[in-house]
Design a protein around this ligand. Structure first.
Ligand SMILES: CC(C)(COP(=O)(O)OP(=O)(O)OC[C@H]1O[C@@H](n2cnc3c(N)ncnc32)[C@H](O)[C@@H]1OP(=O)(O)O)[C@@H](O)C(=O)NCCC(=O)NCCS
Length: 312
């Protein structure tokens, strides 16, 4: 195992594997051929979302997602998952054999206690309802949804969540959320990835480590949550390592310098002001992953810009 991943030694277990939930037509042609990395050695588990026998697997994804996003009122309706995720893109994550689940995970993922809202499985004469995790071959522990966009080469990270968010602190699998996104980007050979998250979200600690994070939107009134950051990264696996080793990113320090502007996750005006600068074409602007890693979620973040721009 790569020593960088020591804190995520659950990756060594044969009973926890990456999965790809994808319709056959969307299969990636040469998975893992762009980003040279030795992190994901196990064969993924494949599930086809259009095969109704996989409804129990899909329902565990829903159940996890609706509780992870319920508190922020962004749980994904079933039709959004179908129309906007599995038809155009794919879902990746990690799944465990039922025997490998801890007591706490079993409690958090129990289908009897937490059935998926809106599932037709209860009333179906064809599909078999799963009432015990032990009746499943693999139980999903996380999900990362990624969708290709019309802008050639650019993918959109649509959703990320992990069972860790439903467990008592310290009872989860370290790096599960981060490695779910890393696996999806690696597997699908994603070179440019954009995404959205809310200012102050713990997810920013993860998203900022996939490549230098450019802020392309600081305020999103078209979203149901206006205090949303829209970002873009050019995927760079050197940045991934820093999520684990916490080393300073010298390339970031070399290329970008602090501006006189901060973004304050508690102050909507700071987002609006920053948004106006972006719209005025004064950027590009970046956030520092190392700074985000060291700060509390509600602390102000420095905005960085390119140190020098050469004109042709
Ligand atoms: C955000 C989320 C995906 C993170 O996944 P995870 O599996 O818990 O996190 P990982 O184990 O991969 O990463 C661990 C790092 O994230 C930090 N982190 C995770 N949740 C955190 C929280 N609630 N507050 C502060 N830091 C947090 C950890 O401190 C750790 O950083 P460290 O190495 O500096 O200690 C997960 O908490 C989640 O599903 N949240 C609910 C849904 C959500 O908000 N999704 C993101 C939408 S874009």
């Amino acid at each position: 195992m790569n020593p960088l991943l020591t804190k995520a030694n659950w990756m060594e277990s044969d009973d926890i594997r990456p999965y790809v939930f994808v319709r056959p037509e969307n299969q990636i042609a040469l998975p893992g051929s762009v980003h040279r990395l030795d992190w994901f050695k196990q064969q993924p588990i494949f599930k086809d979302p259009l095969d109704i026998h996989n409804i129990a697997f899909a329902d565990r994804i829903y159940s996890l997602e609706e509780r992870a996003f319920g508190p922020s009122n962004m749980a994904m309706p079933r039709w959004v998952f179908y129309d906007c995720a599995v038809m155009p893109g794919f879902v990746a994550g990690f799944a465990a054999r039922p025997s490998a689940l801890s007591k706490e995970m079993r409690a958090a993922l129990d289908p009897k206690v937490f059935p998926a809202t809106g599932s037709p499985i209860k009333t179906s004469s064809v599909m078999k309802e799963v009432t015990s995790l032990d009746d499943m071959d693999w139980v999903p522990l996380s999900l990362f949804i990624i969708i290709p966009s019309m802008h050639r080469g650019e993918w959109i990270a649509h959703n990320l969540c992990s069972v860790n968010s439903l467990l008592p602190q310290g009872q989860g699998l370290y790096g599960l959320g981060f490695l779910s996104k890393a696996f999806g980007l690696w597997y699908a050979n994603v070179e440019q990835c954009s995404g959205m998250t809310q200012w102050g979200s713990p997810a920013l600690k993860l998203h900022s480590h996939f490549g230098h994070l450019e802020v392309i939107g600081a305020y999103a009134p078209v979203h149901s949550h206006a205090k949303t950051i829209t970002y873009r990264v050019s995927v760079n696996t050197h940045c991934w390592e820093k999520f684990f080793n916490k080393e300073e990113d010298l390339a970031f320090l070399e290329n970008y310098g602090p501006t006189d502007t901060y973004i304050d996750p508690k102050d909507e005006n700071s987002m609006l002001e920053f948004q106006q600068k972006i719209e005025a074409g004064k950027g590009p602007y970046y956030l520092s992953a190392s700074e985000i890693a060291h700060k509390k979620l509600d602390e102000k973040l420095m905005i960085y810009s390119l140190k020098q721009q050469y004109s042709r």
